[in-house]
Design a protein around this ligand. Structure first.
Ligand code: 2AM
Ligand code: CA
Ligand code: CA
Ligand code: CA
Length: 283
């Protein structure tokens, strides 16, 4: 069994406190920031708020746990190869914090109110704490390995839909859509007649939190990074849901193509996406 503290310092309490502080600061900057830059492609945005939030989070974690390692999106060179390399280099750490300081930057830039702070703690490569915080809705999602998952202090459970036809499904579109039709869109096309409806809210971490909370029946996305998924993955499993890669293999920190669901629809969900040839790894 993993421990959740060193001395009197509780990992989950630090994760919650850190996500809350960063989230409040992000909220204070909504509509009030200057620099807008592009990263990997013209459709991939970053602001001073992403960077400032990550700095704040790193400082807080380091103050409490100077021995721990931290992997954060804004500390890594842009691009899938660099992000996987950074994860590999750090995955040997006994305690590794995996941080997305602002998930849903495009939403933040436009004032579309779905963005979040995502903070996970992995022990020897296994996520033991996951926190996702949406400051605008004041919703804090928390999970501890083996101890369940909570939103605003209330226990979460995944939804009950047993058929895709009764399901609300979410996905995300890749950052670079200048080339060929993204495989996600093939999946959207294939699923559209098979599901109740589809949402694209723009924050992978929130999509996973919403699967955990039973607000979405399922979610899939291609080409994500560890910091988009790690915290949300624990929210899903601790709420009774299932998370795998898009081939159905168990989730681990290196997974970039992800499917999460209430478990009941997982097989059917996978079959339909596979049938649509939507699961090919192209990033
Ligand atoms: P971000 O806002 O932290 O960058 C939307 O589909 C999801 O994709 C968001 O969680 C977003 O995270 C993520 N995303 C944005 N740009 C990306 C990129 N270049 N590669 C992979 N994921 C990206
Ligand atoms: Ca980003
Ligand atoms: Ca992200
Ligand atoms: Ca981010």
């Amino acid at each position: 069994n993993p421990t959740f503290s060193v001395g009197s310092k509780n990992f989950t309490a630090v994760a919650i406190n850190t996500a809350s502080k960063a989230g409040e600061w992000i909220q204070s900057k909504l509509g009030d920031f200057n620099s807008l830059q592009t990263k990997y492609s013209a459709q991939d945005l970053v602001t001073e708020v992403d960077k400032g939030a990550e700095k704040m989070i790193r400082n807080l974690i380091q103050t409490h746990f100077p021995q721990h390692s931290i992997l954060g999106e804004e500390g890594v060179q842009p691009g899938p190869a660099a992000s996987q390399l950074a994860l590999q280099e750090m995955s040997g750490a006994e305690y590794l914090w995996i941080v997305d300081p602002l998930d849903g930057t495009t939403n933040f830039v436009h004032g579309f109110p779905f963005f979040s702070v995502s903070i996970a703690l992995a022990h020897k490569g296994e996520v033991i704490v996951g926190v996702v915080y949406n400051p605008l809705f004041n919703e804090l999602f928390v999970a501890e390995k083996g101890k369940g998952a909570y939103v605003k202090g209330k226990r979460m459970h995944v939804s009950q839909e047993a058929r895709l036809l009764d399901s609300l499904i979410a996905t995300g579109l890749p950052a670079d859509r200048t080339g060929a039709l993204p495989v996600n869109l093939l999946g959207l096309n294939a699923l559209s007649s098979k599901v109740r409806n589809i949402r694209v809210a723009g924050s992978a971490a929130l999509h996973l939190a919403y699967v955990a909370a039973g607000r979405l029946s399922g979610f899939w996305e291609i080409g994500l990074n560890s910091w988009d998924i790690a915290a949300g993955a624990l929210l899903v499993t601790e709420s009774g849901g299932t998370i795998t890669d898009t081939e159905g293999n168990p989730y681990h920190l290196g997974v970039r193509n992800v499917m999460a669901s209430n478990g009941l629809i997982h097989q059917e969900f996978h079959t339909e996406l596979a049938h649509a040839n939507a699961l090919k790894i192209t990033v």
